[in-house]
Design a protein around this ligand. Structure first.
Ligand code: SF4
Length: 367
């Protein structure tokens, strides 16, 4: 039995408290137990347990961030996901494909700003083949020392279909051209019931996981994301985490888990954004449940810096990227754009030491 009030559980049920105690003691939780604490434990109790686990994994009192730039090479996309405010059809007035020079100029600015990571992703363009990316990555590799953290699983599968190649062959060629790691975009919720509603033309859950497994097998690494709050249930959110945890047990390829909330503005799906308490609950449950993923990222892009600060007490140890550009989220209405100084201030004000890191979590500078 649990008492509830708007926004959360008022009084935990004893069963949920016992599960939290076991998690705090270092025990792995089953998916059913994670659902139990998700639904029946008090938010502050889930947060406290997540914070404790976070501090055990990261006892140094630091919060990391990466200086990066997100470059959306095209907004033309044949997937037409219902939750997306970013995509356009090829004939639309505001459809675009960035030229090689435009992309290089953006990377030059990133490097001048002390950036180390470029995140290149975009729509599933019907005529941008593998050669476009091979040329691009080779030139980036030749001119800059930045880490190429680019192309999410739906883009990789799209390229494989366009070229008539296997996913593994596409990944091998991209890696040879300079790709270092894959961002976890396009995961949304890794449950096909949800995917059929919000992104019926996109790859299914297993295909998403298979791209990551293939990438890890050839020596790349990646991140795992989760966009929740559209039509998904608490059980489906935990199922998403369970599938990620299972792949991580087998591969160890995920460096971080990054949950964020569905942004309802300017798209076909509509609805409301999940409340902050929901975001914090998901974040904390992920920290508790994903015992094999070292880093949990706070999503200030969708939540803003203030919620990002609170997230640090709910299990997050990383503030993500400075993201000089984030067109996909901005198109959906999230207007929080935090620059490096703001990130430093937010981390310090929350009582931690800010550190700039590389994509693979090596510390470059302590502030
Ligand atoms: S979310 Fe990605 S795949 Fe879906 S429509 Fe938008 S750009 Fe295309």
């Amino acid at each position: 039995m649990s008492l509830t009030e708007p926004g959360g559980v008022l009084q935990s049920c004893p069963g949920a408290d016992a599960i939290l105690d076991r998690a705090a003691g270092g025990e792995r939780l089953s998916a059913a137990e994670a659902v139990e604490i998700y639904k029946k434990a008090r938010l502050l109790d889930v947060g406290r347990t997540a914070g404790l686990i976070r501090n055990r994994l990261h006892p140094e009192g630091i919060v990391s961030f990466v200086v990066d730039r997100n470059i959306n090479y095209t907004n033309v996309c044949q997937s037409a996901c219902l939750f997306c405010a970013f995509y356009r059809s090829e004939g639309d007035d505001d459809a675009y494909v960035l030229s090689n020079k435009e992309i290089m100029d953006k990377i030059e600015e990133l490097v001048a700003a002390g950036g180390t990571q470029v995140l290149i992703q975009g729509g599933l363009h019907p005529r941008l083949g593998l050669g476009y990316f091979e040329t691009l990555f080779r030139e980036i590799r030749r001119r800059f020392g930045v880490h190429i953290h680019s192309l999410s699983p739906p883009e990789v599968v799209h390229l494989a279909r366009l070229e008539g190649l296997t996913v593994r062959d596409v990944l091998r060629r991209l890696k040879k051209a300079g790709l270092d790691s894959l961002p976890g975009g396009g995961a949304e919720i890794l449950v096909d019931r949800v995917r059929r509603v919000i992104s019926p033309r996109k790859i299914n859950a297993q295909e998403w996981l298979d791209v990551m497994i293939a990438a890890f097998e050839i020596g790349l690494f990646g991140t795992a994301t989760m966009m929740f709050g559209s039509v998904d249930t608490p059980e489906e959110r935990v199922e998403h985490m369970r599938r990620i945890r299972e792949v991580q047990d087998r591969t160890g390829g995920f460096t971080a888990f990054i949950p964020w909330t569905y942004q309802p503005g300017n798209n076909a799906l509509g609805g409301k954004q999940a409340p902050v308490v929901d975001y914090l609950r998901v974040l904390a449950v992920s920290r508790i449940f994903l015992d094999n993923i070292v880093n949990i990222q706070a999503s200030w892009v969708t939540q803003g810096a203030k919620v990002g600060q609170v997230a640090l007490a709910f299990g997050a140890n990383d503030f993500g990227g400075t993201m000089l550009e984030e067109n996909v989220v901005r198109a959906a209405g999230a207007s929080h754009r935090v620059l490096r100084d703001d990130i430093l201030r937010a981390i310090r004000d929350a009582g931690y030491t800010p550190v700039q890191r590389t994509t693979d979590y090596k510390i470059i500078e302590t502030f």
